[in-house]
Design a protein. Structure first.
Length: 497
């Protein structure tokens, strides 16, 4: 059957999910009825086309080798028709989900500061909610009828795939992510697809990235008529595709809330609210100077997430500061052992040498595992820093050789307090780097395309996008000292009982 559904195979207990995923594309290949057929030479059509795929995926028990698979496909005449159908489908899914509310206990001082802050005072809602707590337990229950809040509004998620990927495969990866990661019911998935080429047309595919900027901007504008919040998720070359077309699409996004209040003291900087990535704000809901009007229908870029990004470090350093004027939060899942990115670097180096660009090593962002953050300079200014251009961050270790053995008692006590204190997040807390280098489960030899199969990674991505939880507070991550690099709490595969 078509539509969103769950099923369980009698006897084996294998479980499956089918979800609807929309797509927009102007690639010349992967036409209707042949979504899995790519052309060696990447070419672009003159117009956008739209479609809706109903994708079945395994998520428990026996995983069938032929899944995920696009079981049904419908072409759509316009972006509006596609969006309306998907909204209707996910509104039904959301209606069947249990209502949820997330609360955090914070110090009284932080609560009072948040309550009185002029920046958010008009946005706060106060409610008295009955809660049943068993003696000696920290878990409580409240009746659904007591919650005077509506379900979370629907939010769009746009996935931009990597090189050598057809539309059917991209739809399948999104569906597998939603099913295995248990994505929040209010997230509506879309794919923007470009001509990804084939094994030996890597440079031709990259050369065509710049031709899709206007089409991507048009699609995002269509989304803005139906959604307020959007999440962008890229994989591999999809990161370079996004950076290449940033200037063409930047006008589609509202200024980020952090950019609006940059240089001002906000109670959110030091309160428990920093746990979650905030939604857009307007002059109708707050008195923050510079907030967009309620009539401004541009999208709020809530999260920008890059998985194994195949993009140069220099490109990131050049454009990310500008992007963070719109993006509320940036997360990169990097792997220092990524074999595909290793060969990408080799090929780029050879191409540079042969074309007169020099033979120097090309540093790819997706293989770089180091802290990177923004420092607010006041008056809206912001500086991108990392551990290679700053001596403020040091990796804390009890055997650090830089500590003199002849340190006086006061200095020793200070060092001990530093070691025992809670690790800090540098800068404005809007950048997280996730180190995937030690993940072993469901990872192939090239270590490049496992985000939708490794349960830790896929659940972490869904917690980031669906629950807007920052890395410091996600349960499966471990922080690297005083920095914003996090590793998964995952034992290596060679450990046996």
């Amino acid at each position: 059957p078509a539509g969103n559904w769950y099923s369980r195979e009698y006897g084996t207990g294998a479980q499956f999910l089918q979800c609807a995923v929309g797509y927009a594309t102007s690639r010349a290949d992967c036409q209707e009825g042949q979504l899995d057929k790519t052309a060696f030479w990447p070419r672009k059509d003159s117009a956008l086309r739209f479609g809706l795929g109903h994708v079945e995926a395994s998520f428990a028990g026996g995983f069938f080798p032929f899944l995920p698979s696009v079981e049904y496909h419908e072409s759509q005449s316009s972006a509006e028709e596609l969006i309306e159908k998907l909204k209707e489908s996910y509104a039904k899914r959301q209606a069947n989900a249990d209502p949820q509310i997330h609360l955090e206990v914070i110090p009284d001082a932080a609560f009072n500061a948040q309550k009185s802050a002029c920046a958010i005072e008009s946005e706060l809602k106060y409610a008295e909610i009955p809660c049943q707590l068993m003696e000696g337990e920290c878990y409580g229950y409240t009746p659904a009828s007591a919650l005077s809040i509506n379900n979370a509004s629907l939010e769009a998620m746009v996935f931009i795939h990597g090189f050598n990927c057809d539309i059917a495969t991209a739809l399948g990866r999104v569906a597998q992510t939603f099913s295995l990661g248990n994505m929040a019911s209010n997230i509506v998935p879309f794919v923007f697809s470009y001509a990804g080429g084939a094994e030996l047309s890597y440079f031709q595919a990259r050369e065509g990235f710049k031709d899709y900027g206007d089409d991507l901007a048009s699609f995002l504008t269509s989304l803005s008529k139906h959604f307020r919040e959007v999440h962008i998720l890229t994989h591999s070359c999809g990161a370079e595709f996004f950076f290449t077309n940033w200037h063409a699409i930047s006008r589609c996004f509202l200024p980020s809330r952090a950019a609006i209040i940059s240089g001002r003291q906000s109670s959110l900087d030091n309160s428990g609210a920093r746990r979650w990535i905030l939604k857009a704000t307007t002059t109708a809901t707050t008195n923050i100077e510079g907030a967009p009007s309620q009539d401004d229908k541009r999208l709020h870029l809530a999260t920008l997430t890059m998985l194994n990004p195949d993009v140069l470090q220099t490109t990131v350093e050049e454009l990310l500061p500008e992007m963070m004027n719109c993006a509320e939060h940036f997360t990169a899942y990097n792997d220092s052992g990524d074999g595909a990115l290793f060969w990408s670097g080799v090929v780029r180096r050879l191409a540079g040498g042969l074309t007169g660009g020099g033979w120097q090593e090309r540093n790819l962002f997706g293989k770089t595992v180091q802290s990177m953050w923004f420092e607010n300079l006041g008056q809206g200014g912001r500086q991108l820093c990392n551990t290679s251009n700053s001596n403020r961050l040091t990796r804390r270790h009890t055997l650090d050789s830089r500590v003199s053995s002849k340190a006086n008692l006061a200095g020793g006590n200070l060092r001990m307090r530093s070691l025992l204190s809670k690790p800090q997040i540098p800068g404005d807390g809007r950048v997280d780097i996730i180190d995937c280098s030690n993940i072993d489960q469901n990872v192939h030899a090239l270590r490049h395309n496992y985000f939708m199969l490794n349960t830790q990674m896929v659940e972490d991505v869904c917690e980031l996008v669906g629950q807007r939880q920052k890395a410091q507070y996600r349960s499966r991550l471990c922080q690297h000292g005083d920095g914003n690099v996090f590793s998964f709490l995952s034992p290596p595969s060679f450990l046996k009982t």
